[in-house]
Design a protein around this ligand. Structure first.
Ligand code: DC
Length: 230
């Protein structure tokens, strides 16, 4: 059976990455978290003073060729982790410090061009599950299977809040909810590749459903698409 391309898009903290990762494992496909790539560029911009109290977007754009991103599998867990210029930044890119700034960096055209090219290269042989915001619309408009994940902002903020508390971050629920809503707004209204459901994407709302139950449904569905299109 041939392999297909699976695009998983949707709002932040909708369980996209959990579903996409499990789907990739179950199908023996590669999993790529494109949000990690935008987060790593944001971390670079923060560490080098291109964003913060004052933003220097042209300065950041000039440095883009110096930003080397790589996913490396962790030897113990097998999970792929993000490396920025040779350094493991997997944990740091998930902090609120990065979440607060990432939508701004993801709205820069030159950043998107660079990352979209890398993503298309990673998926050129198919057999990939890629999660993000513009995978079904821009990166792989020809993907055989497109999923669009949604859930209410409150449910998403609750999930994210728990994750951050587990990691020991000192945040309030109100701050996390505000960040989720603010990112929704910026990500869906930016002029370049805004977050929007591709016409041929299938929408899954998991506000009232466990991710486990949803995964089973999506997995069955994916197997049918692979049998037909693969
Ligand atoms: O999936 P995430 O929450 O880790 O993504 C972080 C940010 O990156 C998100 O606010 C929007 C942006 N993003 C994007 O613009 N395009 C993608 N393909 C993936 C993420």
């Amino acid at each position: 059976m041939g392999k297909i391309t699976i695009a998983v898009d949707g709002y932040s903290s909708t369980g996209k990455s959990t579903i996409a990762k499990r789907l990739a494992t179950a199908l023996g496909y590669i999993y790529v978290d494109t949000g990690a790539m935008y987060r790593a560029v944001t971390l670079y911009a923060l560490n080098n003073g291109f964003i913060g109290t004052q933003d220097d977007i042209p300065g950041l754009v000039k440095q883009l060729p110096k930003i080397k991103l790589k996913f490396v599998p962790n030897k113990e867990t097998g999970r792929s982790e993000m490396y920025l210029n040779g350094e493991n930044v997997e944990e740091e890119i998930r902090t609120m410090k990065v979440s607060r700034q990432v939508s701004k960096v993801a709205a820069i055209g030159e950043v998107r061009t660079k990352l979209v090219e890398m993503q298309q290269q990673m998926g050129k042989d198919k057999g990939i599950v890629m999660d993000g915001r513009d995978i079904g619309t821009v990166v792989f408009p020809e993907a055989e299977l497109k999923l669009f994940m949604t859930a209410s902002p409150e449910i998403r903020a609750t999930r994210r809040y728990k994750e951050l508390l587990d990691k020991g971050e000192k945040v309030t629920f109100a701050e996390v909810l505000k960040n989720v809503q603010e990112r929704d707004r910026i990500d869906s209204t930016r002029s370049i590749s805004p977050l929007k459901k591709a016409k041929d994407a299938i929408e899954f709302d998991n506000s009232d459903m466990g991710l486990e139950e949803q995964f089973e449904r999506i997995h069955e569905f994916a197997k049918r698409v692979i049998a037909k299109e693969g």
